[in-house]
Structure formats: structure tokens, C-alpha cells
Design a binder for this molecule. Structure first.
Ligand SMILES: NC(=O)c1ccc[n+]([C@@H]2O[C@H](COP(=O)([O-])OP(=O)(O)OC[C@H]3O[C@@H](n4cnc5c(N)ncnc54)[C@H](O)[C@@H]3O)[C@@H](O)[C@H]2O)c1
Ligand SMILES: [Zn+2]
Ligand SMILES: [Zn+2]
Length: 368
């Protein structure tokens, strides 16, 4: 079938919205009609050419929500009409990692996905016979996509698509960092560095876990106000003195839980230093630049601080994204402030510009 899609042709150039060909879903695959898709930093990172593992041509986008249109042979998990959220982090339910509660890093399709192929090593997207690769296994800057059934979470049809799509990446990452990775205990003190989609999700996650004190650190006063809306009790403008300020707030000890959601390794270090001796846990969600390293004084670890990394918030997507969406539908999370701009697919490059200008938290592409 023909569809419109935003193609990355050349690194550093605007995406080109054009007609491409999409083949039918094969065994274990599903054809999804996209309804909404968030524009994320990772899309821009790849489009810019900064991502060393990037490839082109490809259809970008990975924060999709939509409706199952058709299914290929042997699909058992989904049927036409189901509402779904795309998962760049799939859940096969069978691999050694899926069977273990300690991780969400499914091994089933990683290798092909990283190269831009569906699990059988080929693409469904093409143009005049030339294959176009899939991005993060999703390619949701398009009217339709074909994805493996294990990479789609079936969610409540009551969730508006523009909010459901947020759970495909940053929001679940932040919520899950607090709920799954750190397992924040009721009554504790938390500090979140960064108030973008991920950090704000972590603020909300700490609140849902019953944290008593939730401090948020950011460079932007507007973003700190959004953190207050998600449950932050203390707002700190970021600076050189941030760690001292947090120690002063906590009788000199530091916080029970700290979260890093900026991708800046200097901030990661602050997040470790702001964690409490004895049991403070620093959860790193930000993605650092290639080759950058985290500089930590080992004494901080010997005296009881721990550091954990968190990919997609440790969320096992097919099981847990639907549960998070139920909690949102029950009124536990307010997502209205997160959708700052609604744009059409043709305006996808404007979505990048808004992000670079830090104008709002998320631009969401709506498909008619
Ligand atoms: N682990 C994962 O699975 C996963 C998933 C999605 C995104 N990420 C990563 O998480 C990070 C955050 O993503 P986002 O979408 O929220 O980004 P974002 O750019 O919207 O937010 C980052 C925030 O950090 C703030 N910031 C910058 N420097 C700071 C400093 N010195 N101190 C305090 N705050 C500072 C910025 O003002 C901004 O509000 C990125 O590195 C992204 O790549 C990770
Ligand atoms: Zn994303
Ligand atoms: Zn698996």
C-alpha cells in the first residue's frame, strides 16, 4: 500500500515527507494505523547525524499510538481494532531476560532492530524498490507502520491517542525509573535532576510511590513549575551549588533516591553526590554523549550509595504500559500539560525546531 511518511534522507537535513510503499505484515507482524506520535530527542539525535549507529534512508519516529488495521499469520496477541502503543523496547515473554523480573531488556529482536530491520532481516518500507529501514523498530512518523506483535502494547481504547503515545518513551521511562528501578518507598525523600518528559515522569512516579519530599532541579523556571504540577514539593534552579543545597535540605545527608534525567554526565555526578550515605540510590535515565564517562569518587559507593541505570524505566512494555495507562485513566497522572503543540505530519521539522527551542515538553503529530 502507499502511505505518507517522514523520511530521513541525509543526516543534518530536514526530514522529507513523501509517499512510500508499505508491504503487508508477515508472520508475527501487525499493520498499525497511527493516530498520534510524539516528537522525541532521539529522533532529532539520529536525524542530526550525531548518533554513531544511525542509518539512512529511514522513517523516523518511535512514540506512536494507533489502531491495529490487519495482522499477519500466527499473530495471537492482537486483533484488528485493538488500540496499541508502540514499544521500541519489546517484550517477547520467552527470552531469558523476559522471564526474569530484574530486567526489561528483551533479547528477541535486538540485533535486527538495531540495524533497522524487522526480525526476519528485511524491511516492509520501500520506495521504487529501494528498501527504507525501520527506526527503533517503530518508524511511526508515518500514516501506517508494520511491527512485530511483541513490540506493541494493547491499551485501553478509552485513552486519547495524544496521551497514549507519551507512554511509548519518555513518560514511561520516568515513571518506571521511580516505580520499577528505584522502587521508591513511601515517606522517602527524592531528588530529580531534569524536568523534561523523563524527569517529570519520574516526579510523578515518586509521588505515586508515596514519597514525602520530591525536589526537582532544572535550569528552567517554567519547567520547574510543571514539576510542581506533577507533585514536586521543592524546586531548585540548577547550578554549581546544587549538591550543597540538597545536603542542606536533608540534614547534611542527601536524598534517599536521586534521578538523573538530563543526559549530562556532570549532572549524573551531582545526582550520585546528592544521594544519601548508607542507602541512597541514584538512578541514571539520561543518555550521555558517545565516549563520555561518569566520574564518581569510589568512597561515595563504599559508604553505601548505589547507582542504577534504567532503560525505558525497567518497564516490561506489553505487561506494564497498559497498567500505567489505566492509572492515568483513573486520574492518577495529569498529562494535559505535557502536550504543548499538536502538529500535522507535514510539520514534523517544526516539531524538531520547537524541541530545540525548548518550547513546551512534547509536540505530538496527529494523523487525520
Ligand atoms: N533511559 C531511557 O530509556 C530513556 C528514554 C528516553 C529518554 N532518555 C534520555 O533522558 C534524558 C532526558 O530526556 P527528556 O526527553 O526529558 O529531555 P529534555 O531535554 O526535555 O529534558 C532535559 C531537562 O534537563 C534540564 N537540564 C539541562 N541541564 C541541566 C542541569 N545542569 N541541571 C539540571 N537540569 C538540567 C533541561 O533544562 C531540560 O528541562 C535524555 O538524555 C534522553 O536521551 C532516556
Ligand atoms: Zn523517545
Ligand atoms: Zn524477550
Amino acid at each position: 500500500m502507499k502511505m505518507r511518511a517522514a523520511v530521513l534522507e541525509q543526516f543534518g537535513e530536514p526530514l522529507s515527507v513523501q509517499e512510500v510503499e508499505l508491504a503487508e505484515p508477515r508472520t508475527g507482524e501487525v499493520l498499525v494505523r497511527l493516530a498520534a506520535c510524539g516528537v522525541c530527542h532521539t529522533d532529532l539525535y539520529t536525524a542530526s547525524g550525531a548518533d554513531p549507529s544511525g542509518y539512512a534512508p529511514t522513517v523516523l519516529g518511535h512514540e506512536g499510538a494507533g489502531v491495529v488495521e490487519r495482522v499477519g499469520p500466527d499473530v495471537t496477541l492482537l486483533a484488528p481494532g485493538d488500540h496499541v502503543v508502540t514499544l521500541f523496547s519489546p517484550q517477547c515473554g520467552k527470552c531469558i531476560h523476559c522471564l526474569d523480573q530484574r530486567t526489561n531488556l528483551c533479547l528477541a529482536i535486538r540485533e535486527q532492530q538495531n540495524k533497522g530491520y524487522l526480525p526476519d532481516g528485511s524491511t516492509r518500507i520501500s520506495r521504487d524498490g529501494e528498501p527504507i529501514r525501520h527506526f527503533m523498530g517503530c518508524s511511526t512518523f508515518a500514516e501506517y507502520t508494520v511491527m512485530p506483535e511483541i513490540a506493541l502494547a494493547k491499551v485501553s481504547p478509552e485513552a486519547p491517542f495524544e496521551h497514549a503515545c507519551l507512554f511509548a518513551c519518555g513518560l514511561s521511562t520516568g515513571l518506571g525509573a521511580a516505580i520499577n528501578t528505584a522502587v521508591v518507598q513511601p515517606g522517602s525523600t527524592c531528588v530529580i535532576f531534569g524536568a523534561g518528559m523523563v524527569g517529570l515522569g519520574a516526579v510523578a512516579g515518586c509521588r505515586l510511590q508515596g514519597a514525602e519530599r520530591i525536589a526537582c532541579v532544572d535550569l528552567s523556571p517554567e519547567r520547574l513549575e510543571l514539576a510542581r504540577g506533577q507533585g514536586a514539593t521543592d524546586l531548585l534552579l540548577a547550578g554549581e551549588e546544587t549538591v550543597e543545597e540538597i545536603l542542606a535540605m536533608t540534614d547534611g545527608f542527601g536524598a534517599d533516591y536521586t534521578f538523573e534525567a538530563t543526559g549530562n554526565v556532570a549532572v549524573m555526578r551531582q545526582a550520585v553526590e546528592a544521594a544519601r550515605m548508607g542507602w541512597g540510590l541514584c538512578t541514571v535515565a539520561g543518555v550521555a554523549g558517545k565516549g563520555e564517562t561518569l566520574d564518581v569518587v569510589p568512597r561515595l559507593l563504599i559508604t553505601g550509595r548505589r547507582i542504577a541505570g534504567s532503560s525505558f524505566g525497567g518497564v516490561k512494555g506489553r505487561d506494564q504500559v497498559p497498567v500505567l495507562i489505566e492509572r492515568y485513566l483513573a486520574g492518577e497522572i495529569d498529562l494535559t500539560p505535557f502536550v504543548s503543540h499538536r502538529i500535522g505530519l507535514d510539520e514534523v521539522n517544526r516539531g524538531f525546531e520547537l524541541m530545540e527551542a525548548q518550547d513546551g515538553i512534547r509536540s505530538v503529530i496527529e494523523f487525520l
